[in-house]
Design a protein around this ligand. Sequence first.
Ligand code: HEC
Ligand code: HEC
Ligand code: HEC
Ligand code: HEC
Ligand code: HEC
Ligand code: HEC
Ligand code: HEC
Ligand code: HEC
Ligand code: HEC
Ligand code: HEC
Length: 368
Amino acid sequence: MREFVVMTFATVGLFAAAAWYAPVDAQQGDAKPNPHNLPATSLGDRLDDRLDDRLDDDTLGSRGRTGHPSIAASPGFAHASVANNPAVRDAKPVGQAVCMACHTLESKSFAHTTHALGMNVALAASPTTPTCEACHGPGAAHAKNPTARGLIIAFTHDGGTPVETQTASCLACHAGGARDQWLGSVHRRNQLSCSDCHNPMAQSSAEGLQAKRSINETCATCHQDIRQQFNRRSHMPLPEGQMACVDCHNPHGSINAVLLKTDTVNETCYQCHAEKRGPFLFEHAPVRESCLSCHTPHGSNQHALLVAPIPMLCQQCHSHVRHPNDMPNEQQLASGLAPDERVMGRGCLTCHAQIHGSNHPAGPRLHK
Ligand code: HEC
Ligand code: HEC
Ligand code: HEC
Ligand code: HEC
Ligand code: HEC
Ligand code: HEC
Ligand code: HEC
Ligand code: HEC
Ligand code: HEC
Ligand code: HEC
């Protein structure tokens, strides 16, 4: 964009020079013969060569040649069509060479991304394949009048393009799969655009074209409260980088409450804590019902992600059973005259150790 002032006065020659400068060799659309005779979208050796060329100095860092396992097989880029921008129904596509002449900087960072690598292979094979315009819509009107809002599909909240048009552009290739439930999802209902979490213009994350360096940082741009709960005394190893929000949530939508990936909370937890699934000879009813009866998923200042300290946790449901386990009085506390062993140390768990269920023939009271 900074080039605009210069570029307004640009000659055709300058356009060509800028286009040459952009680090993509196929942008003129003059389909070079594919040296390996590969089908259009197979990234094969050409992609590898490109990655190798760039690996020295770019953000791909140590991802290496195997960094894009999925694109090699994808037919997506060859069948691309120009995105539909209802605001400029009659505009014609202009091709990426024209976009790049004015948007040199953006094009340079874009050149390292999954889309650029795949799209340029498709373009080389078939010179009419849209690239920039597969996402941004036809560019003729915008190229004539770049400062008018809405003439190009802009993925910013003040860019003049309705969110619906933005997401439709991406969904033209990415509908279905993980995005099956996008339509009803809480994020869509709250007017999020794909670009709130993804920035396809730069390879800022190792994978998934996240807007921030990692998935967790991307989510934390809006869900800071949740991210902070993971800083509490007990938490699963998400801040340590071993887990991500998407281990449990599908940000694109799900058929369940709170975007959970599985049918129930327990199914989510069993994915990693399979031993808690049982089967148990003696079940503890609340465990079967929901792990959240006692645990909180994002972090707790109690031991083991518990929602309340023991014995209070147990006493929420158990009182006046065979041995009294209602709230102890002052005398019975550890500091009292006649300390009650049930509230010492780990309280109830000292005896009822198999709190998630027991397989011991003598375990109906969850002792062993
Ligand atoms: C003649 C130069 C020129 C050409 C050609 C051009 N643009 Fe632009 N584009 C601009 C300028 C200048 C702006 C900044 C407008 C502003 O900030 O008001 C811009 C803005 C944009 C934006 C951001 C809009 C926003 O408000 O966030 C996008 C996206 C964009 N251009 C994409 C493209 C694409 C894709 C092409 C090719 C189809 C293209 N441009 C061709 C000059 C150009
Ligand atoms: C896969 C879809 C896709 C393709 C292909 C694509 N863009 Fe973008 N572009 C986006 C999204 C999404 C954004 C908004 C990024 C953000 O949130 O900052 C964007 C932003 C921009 C902007 C605004 C400035 C910025 O970086 O935020 C310009 C200019 C632009 N693109 C130009 C281009 C040009 C030129 C090409 C082709 C070389 C291109 N885009 C290809 C999706 C795409
Ligand atoms: C012309 C078709 C097309 C369009 C339009 C398109 N994509 Fe893609 N995209 C692909 C293909 C093909 C792949 C690689 C195969 C795959 O992962 O499905 C891909 C990959 C991705 C990936 C995974 C990248 C990685 O490194 O793992 C993300 C995220 C993505 N696209 C987001 C978007 C967003 C956001 C938009 C809209 C701004 C968009 N795409 C528009 C075809 C497209
Ligand atoms: C709230 C954040 C968020 C929004 C909004 C979002 N995504 Fe994603 N997307 C993610 C995250 C996080 C991942 C990584 C998922 C993973 O690794 O399991 C991802 C992965 C992807 C992938 C690659 C893996 C796959 O599922 O094929 C594609 C493609 C994709 N998103 C496209 C889109 C499109 C298109 C939209 C808009 C309709 C969109 N996303 C909206 C967060 C989001
Ligand atoms: C651009 C802001 C934004 C980003 C980024 C974002 N979210 Fe959200 N998210 C929202 C809004 C807005 C809501 C709905 C309001 C609310 O319940 O707080 C929401 C709601 C949710 C909900 C609750 C759903 C429900 O039914 O109550 C979950 C779970 C969620 N987001 C997970 C994620 C994950 C995981 C990520 C990262 C992949 C993410 N979000 C990224 C804005 C965002
Ligand atoms: C171990 C699985 C797991 C992980 C990891 C996880 N969540 Fe959750 N999340 C849940 C469960 C289960 C609920 C439902 C909580 C409830 O119903 O009380 C939930 C609820 C939510 C909600 C809505 C309810 C609330 O508490 O406000 C949001 C928003 C949310 N998660 C965002 C995130 C974000 C952002 C991350 C990553 C920083 C994340 N979650 C990581 C399992 C997880
Ligand atoms: C993606 C895998 C994964 C999922 C899904 C998952 N956990 Fe975990 N959980 C872990 C890991 C890893 C640890 C740490 C284990 C360790 O440090 O030995 C952990 C630890 C825990 C701990 C012990 C924490 C402590 O401070 O001692 C509890 C309690 C727990 N998880 C409950 C849950 C619940 C409840 C759910 C479902 C909402 C769930 N987990 C889902 C991976 C997962
Ligand atoms: C009735 C309350 C209760 C319910 C319901 C419950 N837990 Fe626990 N959980 C506890 C207590 C108490 C501890 C601490 C045990 C200790 O310190 O020895 C604990 C500890 C854990 C731990 C860490 C220690 C270990 O045993 O591995 C994990 C993991 C765990 N729970 C997972 C789950 C999962 C998964 C569910 C749902 C299937 C669940 N819990 C349901 C009470 C409960
Ligand atoms: C959300 C409620 C709830 C919480 C919290 C809870 N329990 Fe339970 N517990 C139950 C229910 C319901 C039963 C089944 C009672 C029955 O079958 O009559 C049960 C059964 C038991 C039993 C077996 C007794 C029997 O009659 O079979 C023991 C022992 C027990 N719980 C101990 C504990 C301890 C110790 C804690 C705290 C770590 C705890 N419970 C927390 C609801 C709860
Ligand atoms: C010193 C060991 C010990 C401690 C500590 C202890 N219990 Fe027990 N509890 C027992 C024994 C033994 C039984 C079995 C009594 C029987 O079957 O007659 C029992 C039985 C139970 C039962 C089943 C009662 C019934 O009516 O069948 C529940 C519920 C229970 N305990 C809850 C708790 C709670 C809650 C705490 C913590 C406040 C706790 N216990 C602390 C030893 C203990």
